[in-house]
Ligand binder design. Sequence first.
Ligand code: NAD
Length: 353
Amino acid sequence: MENFTYTGLPARVVFGHGTINQIKHELDALSVERALVLSTPPQADQSQGILEELGPKGVGLFTEATMHTPVDVTERAMAQVEALGIDGIVSFGGGSTIGLGKAIALRTDLPQLVIPTTYAGSEMTSIIGQTEDGLKTTQKTMKVLPETVIYDVDFTLTLPPVMSITSGLNAIAHAVEALYAENANPVLSLMAEEGIGALVRALPTITKSPDDPDARSEALYGAWLCAVCLGSSGVALHHKLCHVLGGSFDLPHAETHTVVLPHALAYNAPEVPETMDRLRRAMNTETPAAALFDIAKSGGAPTSLDELGMPHEGLAQAVEITLNNPYFNPRPLEANTLLNLLENAFSGYRPTC
Ligand code: NAD
């Protein structure tokens, strides 16, 4: 076995159906007496329910969380934190809400209890991205790592089927890149394989029966493991491309991951035989990149950058931005092969490996 380094991030995880009923106990364990509940506007009704569940510990509700954590929204939330004497954050929602909770923690060091309702995985990472004047900056600091995560499967039942597919493929992308990251290690590889397997089994069932409690449970379990991979390992070409396409061309987060992942994997496949063996085993297929494409297609999710509104003339610019900032990838990055990858992603070509 090759030498390796593994850094696990501390987190308390409560997982299951109906686990929201442990929230007061978990806030006690964090010594939180005055919590602010956060959500996006569409989840305001449910977050109101969480606030009521908290009784006297629930002192405020802020329902303006927005994609990419704009600083002006954080400042409005901070005004409530200060005015209400808040001593803990409850983030209810996906990556956008969790991002707002992290932004408050960055400024205050307040403890965060997170209830994720998508599969994006921010709850297990010490990464925060914030947007100001149209510019997104990302940093890594333990200040933003949530202390407690309550995974309650019941809250994921309402995630629409197509969003479940794109969010699930977003999660799978974290684990795929952990398998071939520069700091890949056997512990994360175990989690990656298990997480990918769980999601790949669950997602087609969710497409047919979004209320299936067992498939939802398996998907959230898989998403947690994939999130641990994102929190503890590096990333490579796939995440870099999605960052460029999202940041410079304003493409949507989970959908971009969905479209790019089969192509980034096909690009790296010749250089990562061990990863491909693990994926074949985890996904029960001889052609993992094609199988990822098929999950998206049969789930009604987008499979081309064209569908996401990417301008064709932007592909060369995306390659240029990607190459301007060198970073680890198992296969060397060259302009012509990268452009070919993006052309395939643009047209919605199904990879063969
Ligand atoms: P999101 O949080 O923006 O949610 C998308 C939409 O789905 C919102 O309107 C939300 O209200 C709705 N929604 C969420 N859960 C729902 C449910 N169960 N039922 C019905 N509707 C629901 O989307 P996301 O993909 O979870 O997060 C994307 C953001 O998270 C991006 O800004 C991304 O950069 C960030 N992110 C950060 C990290 C990190 O480690 N820092 C990791 C992953 C994603």
